[in-house]
Design a protein around this ligand. Structure first.
Ligand code: EPZ
Length: 434
């Protein structure tokens, strides 16, 4: 079945109850998969989420000579002993944002890279000027013309440098780290992003013999080393998937035990949900989230770099604010236009006014099922939450976005009582296939 032609059909209005597991973190997995290019050895990566962004990343590696052997759906052996500088197919590279890590990894391994500009969710301009600033500081000539970026170390090798990021950038921080791990000398990244996936990538590289300190703080120091060796490494749980399930429990009025997560990563989400009157209980590596009696309270939320409220939880939180009592405000401070999904929510009866970077959300007693589309990865999952909370039937189109970042979403939701399925077209009508 071609997921590009499928639709998700939901019969909503039922509280979801039970236990739901979290998979490995997409944004750590894609960074670490590309980081293996630096090791010239075999690595085994565990707890990889079985999602299209990871599978495309593995296909890109194979296109430049890396040997990829899937040991099971969440474990892969990656052998980059024989990789050569190549030109990964543009149609693969343009499918996702994280393909820009190919530039930093190839620079770190070969001192040169020629990579198609990345794709990914459409939030308006998604420049990589800070990545380029870092590569140039390390002694590279960088040309970003048309659809490609070409980077070459001027004298054949990269040299440590100090790089001050003009704004907090996850991708920029990781990409400069990748280029610097084997550079001659010490690199210091200032105003670095703090996200857990940056720490996970640094931990992976250190396990391979790199010398990185300060990941997770404003200042990351990288002492160049000659060689990196292979390792077996387990990806951290996906904090955004976990946060998505937390909001799902609150929005459907249910009671979910969300397992295999790191509660600390969700502190900002937990704080905002408690402010709304949601009950959250932490037990080791799981959280139980249940809706208390009475209406959800209105709140104001502003998305910020970690440890602030994650921008990747913007759409999901907006759905919940639609069901709170009174006027809430959701301000997006990371991306210039992350509210394209609002028009889809309005089709379900939501009352939302966009004022610059702020969504003013007037709570409504309930949302109504409708035909909507997934405009990007996280917005698509927000439509699933909205459909499960709404009265009636919801059909979601363009669902391929959702399967970029959520492993076995339909199965996990059915496991906690959701009436949800994917259907595919057959001779102009949608038949419910196995
Ligand atoms: C990563 O994107 C994530 N993607 C995004 O998650 C996430 O929304 C974002 O970080 C912020 O947390 C991956 O990790 C693959 P940034 P990235 O560089 O690295 C500006 C998801 O749903 N900027 O931190 O592209 C940029 O325009 C995805 O999983 C520059 O101006 O984000 C944005 O306004 C969606 N120049 C801000 O910085 C640059 O060179 C943050 O971007 C780089 C960034």
């Amino acid at each position: 079945m071609d997921i590009n032609t499928g639709k998700i059909i939901i019969s909503g209005g039922k509280p979801l109850e039970g236990e739901i597991p979290v998979s490995g973190m997409k944004n750590a997995a894609v960074a670490i998969v590309f980081s293996t290019i630096l090791t010239e050895d075999k690595c085994i990566i565990e707890n990889l989420p079985d999602i299209s962004d990871v599978n495309v990343s593995l296909q890109i590696l194979e296109s430049i000579g890396v040997k990829v052997n899937k040991l099971d759906k969440n474990t892969v052996e990656i052998d980059s002993s024989f990789v050569a500088p190549g030109i990964a197919p543009f149609d693969l590279v343009s499918k996702m944002r994280a393909s820009y890590y190919l530039i930093g990894a190839e620079l770190g391994r070969f001192g040169r890279a020629f990579v198609g500009l990345p794709g990914g969710c459409d939030f308006g301009a998604r420049p990589i000027d800070q990545h380029i600033k870092g590569f140039e500081a390390l002694g590279c000539d960088v040309k970003a013309e048309g659809d490609y970026v070409e980077a070459t170390a001027k004298d054949g090798s990269l040299h440590g440098a100090s790089v001050y990021m003009d704004m907090v950038t996850v991708g920029g921080t990781i990409n400069v780290m990748l280029a610097a791990v084997k550079a001659e000398g010490v690199t210091v990244i200032e105003n670095a992003a703090h996200e857990p996936h940056i720490v996970d990538t640094a931990n992976f590289l250190n396990a391979c013999g790199a010398d990185i300190s300060g990941a997770g703080t404003d200042v990351i120091k990288i002492r160049g080393v000659k060689k990196l060796h292979g390792v077996t490494y387990t990806i951290i749980p996906d904090m955004i998937e976990a946060g998505t399930f937390m909001i799902l429990a609150a929005a459907t009025g249910g009671n979910l035990r969300i397992t295999n997560l790191i509660p600390k990563h969700l502190d900002s989400v937990t704080a905002k949900l408690c402010e709304m009157g949601v009950e959250i209980e932490e037990e080791g590596d799981s959280l139980t989230v249940r809706r208390k009696e009475g209406p959800l309270k209105k709140i104001n939320v502003k998305t910020l770099p970690y440890p602030g409220f994650p921008t990747d939880m913007n759409p999901q939180m907006c759905v919940l604010l639609c069901l709170a009592e009174g006027l809430s405000r959701l301000t997006e401070s990371v991306w210039e236009s992350r509210f394209r999904y609002v028009e889809e929510l309005k089709r379900m009866g939501a009352k939302i006014n966009i004022n610059g970077r702020c969504a003013e959300v007037e709570g409504v007693p309930y949302l109504k099922g409708a035909s909507v589309r997934a405009v990007d990865l996280r917005a698509g999952c927000a439509m699933v939450i909205a459909g499960l909370a709404a009265e009636g039937i919801t059909e979601i189109d363009e669902i391929y976005h959702i399967f970029r970042g959520y492993e076995n979403l339909i199965g996990k939701l059915q496991g906690v009582g959701a009436d949800i399925k994917v259907v595919y077209p057959k001779s102009l009508q949608y038949i419910d296939y196995e």
